[in-house]
Design a binder for this molecule. Structure first.
Ligand code: ALA
Length: 491
């Protein structure tokens, strides 16, 4: 049996950074922070915040954001340590392959599919919500919802066509090889941050402080009537109080996904040792601040119970339309900006996923079709098309909340493994040069493991079981396919 912990040689990996084809080191700390924010602010803030507040945490969703940010910060420091040890373009999969061996790398790569592919599906579903809101709800319910959803009027969803549409457009763009330039990213970051600030400044005046009392959902909160004879019940443990805040953290954790994108740019950083941690932590700090204030205002403008009813979809536009008298004109502007912002997040996620597939296929762990390049565009076009079919299936037929929770769990799991990896490597390979070291180790990785695991455990049992099943399928594929075909077999 092949060695499950065989590793890729770091020297070989680093050779890819030498020579004419190597990427230029052009990114300073601000450019890295902008890259992070570009990938971070999206559906998590504009859709999942309301879901977390409405279903689990109430106004205390602000605490949920702080817990999620802490988990990200601890894991982010560990990510930065890996990224600086192997400062090439890559992902947790590549780092793990060189440091912890093939099996762990495969497991992380498989969890990253949940992060990127399902993340793209979640944001495309959110895109569909805001598009429909912008168009005044003209798209029939059946054609913009999954079959697992039912409207308050009893209409069943069938397929989410707008979500499929945006995925198709962005897949075609990726096949053409359109790279988001720093300028386009800069503009989108500017637009996103402006909308957040605009909502905060204008919404502040419309806050009703009664909506913040009590701040946490009390254990005797009355159920909310959803129509159709259904109610939303706050009595289960994770639907009120501090446990609700913890579940809320797992839900809004989605809003931070993407900061790891900064680590993939290590090869282009001018001074990775100093700038990677600044880029990763800087974008986290700025986003956390914006998220906490934004969610404070959102739950002050509209009562949290609205977000399980009519305000469940396109919640920010909903809050403006229903509670911010005189500012109705703001809603379409914000929706257009949100649609643009979502598109860039989806693009980054689809790109990230096809890169991970590309690396796994080059390593022999996935079929070579995932690494076939288009003769003219030089992009992994077959992989992009397969990915569209896979992501499209989720986007068309699964509710956004299910896809969002699976994204969170996959990412949290990958983060836990990255933290564990730092602990193991500090012992097994203490001599290796680490230009950046996670401070206060072992405390930082241990706290990362604890906070991220607590969020995982707080998720509902269906999400946990589905993710477990996904990981089992991954292991079966590895042992029946990847292990025997790995390129490391022949070396
Ligand atoms: N953090 C990204 C978003 O919220 C994935 O859309």
């Amino acid at each position: 049996m092949a060695d499950l912990f065989r590793k890729k040689s770091i020297t070989e990996l680093m050779k890819m950074t030498d020579g004419e084809n190597s990427l230029k080191r052009t990114l300073g700390p601000w450019a890295l922070i902008a890259l992070g924010i570009g990938a971070i602010i999206g559906a998590g803030l504009f859709v999942r915040t309301a879901a977390a507040a409405g279903e689990h945490a109430g106004a205390a969703v602000t605490f949920s954001f702080i817990i999620a940010a802490l988990g990200c910060a601890f894991a982010g420091l560990c990510y930065a340590e890996f990224a600086s040890m192997i400062p090439i373009a890559g992902s947790a999969y590549t780092y793990a392959y060189a440091t912890m061996g093939e099996l762990i790398a495969w497991i992380i790569g498989w969890a990253l599919i949940l992060e990127y592919a399902l993340g793209a599906a979640t944001v495309s579903i959110a895109w569909s919500e805001y598009l429909n809101n912008l168009l005044g709800g003209v798209i029939p319910y059946q054609l913009c919802h999954s079959p697992l959803e039912i409207s308050a009027g009893g209409v069943h969803g069938l397929i989410n066509l707008p979500a499929l549409f945006i995925l198709l457009m962005l897949t075609l763009l990726l096949i053409r090889g359109t790279q988001e330039s720093a300028t386009v990213n800069g503009i989108i970051v500017f637009i996103k941050v402006s909308i957040v600030l605009l909502f905060i400044f204008i919404g502040w005046k419309f806050m009703n402080h009664a909506n913040h009392v009590p701040y946490l959902i009390p254990d005797n909160a009355p159920p909310v009537d959803l129509g159709n004879g259904k109610v939303y019940d706050y009595s289960p443990p994770f639907n009120h109080g501090w446990l609700g805040v913890l579940r809320g953290a797992a839900v809004v954790f989605f809003a931070f996904i993407g900061f790891d994108a900064v680590s993939t740019a290590a090869q282009e950083a001018k001074n990775p040792k100093r700038d990677m941690p600044i880029g990763i932590l800087g974008s986290l700090v700025i986003c956390t601040f914006l998220y906490v204030v934004f969610s404070y205002v959102l739950t002050g403008v509209a009562p949290y119970t609205d977000f399980v009813k009519a305000g469940k979809e396109a919640s920010v536009a909903y809050a403006i339309q229903h509670y911010m008298t005189g500012y109705q004109w703001l809603s379409p502007l914000i929706s257009i900006a949100i649609l643009a912002g979502f598109s860039s997040v989806i693009l980054v996620m689809l790109l990230g996923q096809s890169r991970v597939f590309y690396s796994m296929s080059n390593d022999g762990l996935l079929p070579s079709v995932f690494a076939d390049l288009h003769p003219k565009f030089k992009t992994p076009w077959k992989s992009n098309i397969i990915l569209f079919a896979f992501v499209g299936l989720f986007a068309a037929f699964i509710p956004g909340s299910v896809a969002g929770d699976l994204t969170s769990i996959g990412t949290l799991f990958a983060f836990v493994l990255v933290c564990v990896g730092v602990l193991i490597l500090r012992r097994s390979d203490p001599e290796r040069v680490r230009p950046f070291r996670a401070p206060l180790s072992p405390l930082t990785p241990v706290l990362g493991i604890l906070v991220c695991s607590a969020m995982i455990i707080s998720l509902d049992s269906t999400t946990l079981l589905t993710a477990f099943g996904w990981m089992l399928v991954g292991l079966v594929i590895y042992f029946t396919y990847g292990q025997s075909r790995s390129k490391l077999n022949t070396k």
